[in-house]
Design a protein around this ligand. Structure first.
Ligand SMILES: *Cc1c(COP(=O)(O)O)cnc(C)c1O
Length: 375
């Protein structure tokens, strides 16, 4: 059996080595390392794949969040509602712009923002909601958009983890995660479901004026060369990363399927261990693209199970061990929108198993059998 890794990017590369090497060498030979042809080509192909009018490439997923908040003219002191259980970048982008992240508790079944708890956290200062589509499923966007419209709030979807996930509205309409709110953000960090070989990110929007502004802000606020309309940043997806992502994009459906197949096996093998753990809950309104396969383990058993698995050569990770409101950098600047006990509980119980496109049946069955043998 091959050693089990949390992610296995080199084996994935070996399977597409010929077209990948060609794409990378082409860029090197072209000499156009910034804004080369692959950037526009990737942008066009991604907008078609995701079914969104405008894709604005940028340097990483954290920048994407910051650019979105800048383009919406959020001002120091404005409040931005974010889930308390998320990666730090969601709140960090807001904090950098001197906005106040307001933490709302999550639904313990889905790990996503609890939409029923958003309204009680809204104040006259609230300007935006930033749902995070965590671990591979979309937040409950239909009622979330209704709340946003009712209170005149912008919606930025942090879709770093759930590219390709599809949300179904109550009338049957389907939309890709990241294309429902005003702006969606993506990360192409190597371990994300569509990952480059370095940093990368993008913004998604169907609003032409916002698209133009986002593009300008990402390029030093420049409307034309050396005319700067507004204060912007330097946030680009470089040509090499675009060429790499372009080569991987056609594989995304098969990558998603590989993750879903592995998840099915995990589900079947682990669902009958209620004294130890709970398998992920699958939502009726969202497909699951399994950025992570995250168990909820009895808190008193988690450390033991994790170190037992480590002894067996099985890595398992805790995403996320410390909620934002306990982080040294954030505890004094966030506002706690409501009781965060579900977030607190999740931080004590979550455990993510190896999940990637190259996990084979032998490895998956080994992981399952070792967990089943755990006393
Ligand atoms: C990865 C991630 C980001 C940040 O993306 P980078 O490309 O690493 O800057 C933001 N939000 C979430 C939820 C993420 O998982």
């Amino acid at each position: 059996m091959r050693p089990i890794q949390m992610v296995d990017l080199t084996t994935q590369y070996e399977r597409i080595q010929t077209p990948m090497d060609k794409a990378v060498l082409e860029v090197i030979h072209s000499g156009k390392y910034i804004n080369g042809d692959a950037v526009q080509a990737f942008t066009n192909e991604l907008s078609e794949y995701i079914n969104v009018k405008y894709v604005i490439p940028c340097a990483n997923g954290t920048d994407a969040l910051q650019l979105a908040m800048m383009a919406l003219d959020l001002q120091p002191g404005d409040e931005v509602i974010v889930p308390a259980f998320t990666y730090v970048a969601t709140a960090e982008a807001a904090a950098l712009l001197k906005l106040t992240p307001v933490l709302v508790d999550v639904d313990p079944r889905t790990f996503n923002i609890n939409v029923d708890k958003i309204e009680e956290a809204i104040t006259p200062q609230t300007k935006a909601i930033v749902p995070v589509h965590l671990f591979g499923q979309t937040a409950d966007m239909e009622p979330l958009m209704q709340i946003a419209r009712k209170h005149g709030l912008y919606v930025i979807e942090d879709n770093a983890q759930s590219i390709g996930s599809v949300y179904t509205f109550s009338d049957g309409t389907k939309k890709q995660a990241g294309t429902i709110g005003d702006i969606g953000t993506l990360s192409f960090f190597p371990t994300k479901n569509l990952g480059g070989y370095g940093d990368g990110g993008a913004l998604l929007t169907n609003n032409e004026a916002l698209a133009r502004k986002l593009k300008m802000i990402a390029a030093h606020g420049q409307s034309q060369k050396y005319t700067h309309e507004m204060i912007g940043c330097n946030s680009r997806l470089d040509t090499l990363q675009a060429a790499i992502l372009r080569t991987k994009l056609p594989q995304l459906p098969s990558y998603m399927e590989a993750r879903q197949k592995t998840a099915e096996k995990y589900d079947a093998g682990l669902k009958s261990l209620p004294d130890l753990l709970e398998i992920p809950y699958c939502l009726p309104y969202s497909t699951h693209v399994y950025h992570q396969y995250t168990l909820k383990v009895k808190p008193e058993q988690r450390a033991g199970l994790q170190s037992y698995l480590k002894e067996k050569g099985i890595p398992a990770m805790i995403y996320y061990p410390l909620p934002l409101h306990h982080q040294p950098a954030f505890k004094n600047i966030v506002r706690i929108g409501n009781d965060l006990s579900e977030t607190e509980n999740l931080c004590k119980s979550v455990l993510s198993l190896p999940m990637h496109t190259e996990l084979d049946d032998e490895q998956t069955q080994f992981i399952i059998s070792q967990i089943r043998n755990y006393e």
